[in-house]
Design a protein around this ligand. Structure first.
Ligand code: NAP
Length: 502
């Protein structure tokens, strides 16, 4: 049976003073059973002394406190010696709670230190951190940690690929199967799946920041994200795993959208972000994590095709995919971007036959636009920062490549921006100067922000506009149907807009 979110979370308190730490602890208590007090974040020994004194004699019947005073050589902030560390930890141990003790200290001080602190009254988390990589021999590391006689072991390692996350989750399951209390997690963006799936794979808890800016490690999600977006209490061995493949992914709306839709439709499914630049291990990690379907974004839309056993007509026409579905032991690719481009154009009633259209960009999304515009028999000029890419794309779809400087004083029926210029965080950039080139309609594929600077300038010049959000909505509806066989609830967009503005 799944545990409640409250029982699965550990909120770290990372404050510089005892007063602020106590206030944060009270707030954290509403969200999590486990509260980690990072003594090494307090800015002086006086503050450590103050905090421990304040906590003396207090009872926390619903909570477990963890005291951590990690030294700098183990990735913490405590500048003192091992002797000073052990003195403070001895004092914290007398409060009868948990201590997080890094393996480096045990190695330097000797194995006796664990039973010594246990005799004083603490339970011990023996922890290991690797801030650069996920160690190759995780099983060996786990054995070393178990040998210390701690009450719980923790392995935190930088995950540099989704395969690292899959390996960490596999060792987590193994430890839980053998009955060892443990927490195994991946740091960094690639580690996100371990933080979300960890508790259902047997982790004692998963770390969660109280709010943004209060993370104690990179890639840590907030308590609210784990509770409201990922609903970690609902995840079990039958949960179907979907996700987004690309890099970078931090700007993406898809995890919020899909997870909200799964909730509304009561589907036992979860949607994760798989951030990676490298596809070589794709078959391995998707199989290990039992991924059932993926949305694909830049830069993988073309390269991922090499892993597919088949593609739908739209994908073959465009030459790139944005949707992958795992069916009968094989991957199949689809392209819903083309539908997403076509629908808003049709809704506007634009007849583009023999009309002049300017396409900016020659990447994955531009391929979809080029294919749709060919079907609509438009006369298309393609302009791109890398001219050779514009030429290649133009040749493929029977359009013409043009250099940006030749565009001055031209007017088009439609300008489509399929570059990433203007996308968050560089929202002040525009891909073209609308004082030099004009159009009846400007369509910006960028959807974050929903209204780009280019669209604002176009509106000011009385040109009609289509936002990338329109395309996102249309393509997401088609993609959701392919991946889940269900219709995306229309009310979901209102909910997403509200979530994002709150
Ligand atoms: P991509 O394959 O990486 O292509 C990026 C394109 O942008 C290339 O043509 C690139 O030119 C150009 N570019 C990048 N930085 C530039 C700069 N500083 N100056 C000038 N040109 C630059 O990416 P993609 O998948 O095609 O995505 C492009 C945009 O479309 C992204 O913003 C993406 O979010 C958006 N998109 C939106 C939707 C939606 O549903 N609304 C769907 C798909 C994509 P070079 O060839 O010279 O590198």
């Amino acid at each position: 049976m799944s545990r409640s979110v409250f029982d699965s979370l550990c909120v770290p308190v990372v404050e510089p003073s005892a007063r602020r730490a106590l206030a944060a602890m009270e707030r954290a208590k509403k969200h999590a059973r486990w509260i980690e007090l990072r003594l090494d974040y307090l800015h002086s020994p006086r503050e450590i002394d103050k905090l421990l004194s304040c906590l003396k004699g207090l009872h926390h019947p619903r909570h477990s406190l963890i005291f951590t005073l990690r030294r700098r050589n183990a990735g913490g902030r405590f500048r003192g010696t091992i002797a000073a560390q052990l003195l403070w930890l001895g004092r914290a141990a007398s409060l009868g709670q948990w201590l997080d003790l890094e393996i480096e200290t045990i190695r330097m001080q000797g194995a006796y230190i664990v039973p010594y602190l246990q005799r004083i009254g603490a339970r011990i988390i023996v922890s290991s951190h690797d801030f650069k990589k996920t160690p190759i021999h995780l099983d060996h590391l786990a054995k070393q940690l178990l040998k210390t006689g701690g009450d719980l072991i923790k392995i935190a390692a930088q995950a540099n690929s989704p395969l690292d996350a899959a390996r960490l989750l596999s060792i987590q399951r193994e430890l839980a199967r053998k009955g060892h209390r443990s927490v195994v997690l991946g740091m960094g963006a690639c580690g996100a799946p371990t933080r979300i799936l960890g508790p259902s794979d047997g982790a004692e808890f998963t770390y969660a920041a109280l709010n943004r800016g209060k993370e104690s490690a990179s890639g840590q999600l907030t308590a609210s994200e784990l509770e409201k977006i990922f609903r970690i209490d609902r995840i079990n061995s039958r949960t179907r795993i979907y996700g987004l493949l690309g890099c970078p992914l931090s700007h993406s709306l898809s995890p919020t959208l899909y997870n909200a839709a799964f909730r509304r439709l009561h589907l036992n499914a979860i949607y994760l972000a798989f951030e990676t630049m490298d596809l070589d291990d794709f078959p391995l990690w998707t199989q290990q994590l039992k991924v059932k379907g993926l949305s694909v974004t830049l830069p993988h839309k073309a390269e991922v095709v090499r892993f597919l056993s088949g593609q739908d007509q739209a994908a073959r026409r465009v030459g790139v995919v944005n949707t992958l579905r795992w069916r009968q032991g094989r991957w199949f690719g689809y392209n819903t971007d083309a539908h997403g481009i076509e629908k808003p154009l049709d809704e506007l009633g634009l007849d583009l036959k023999d009309k002049e259209v300017l396409l900016l960009g020659a990447g994955g999304a531009a391929q979809g636009v080029a294919a749709v515009l060919r079907q609509k028999k438009a006369k298309v000029l393609i302009s791109n920062r890398t001219f050779a890419a514009a030429q290649r794309l133009a040749r493929r779809f029977g359009h013409r490549a043009v250099r940006a400087e030749k565009l001055r004083n031209s007017h088009f029926a439609l300008i489509v921006n399929a570059t990433s210029v203007g996308m968050w965080p560089r929202v002040n950039k525009v891909p073209i100067d609308l004082t030099e080139v004009s159009a009846d309609v400007v369509f910006d594929l960028v959807y974050n922000p929903p209204e780009t600077r280019l669209l604002r300038q176009a509106r000011r010049r009385k040109m009609a506009t289509i936002s990338g959000m329109k395309m996102f909505v249309s393509q997401a509806e088609a993609q959701f149907k392919i991946l889940t066989g269900r219709r995306l609830p229309t009310a979901i967009w209102k909910e997403i807009a509200e979530t994002n503005s709150s």
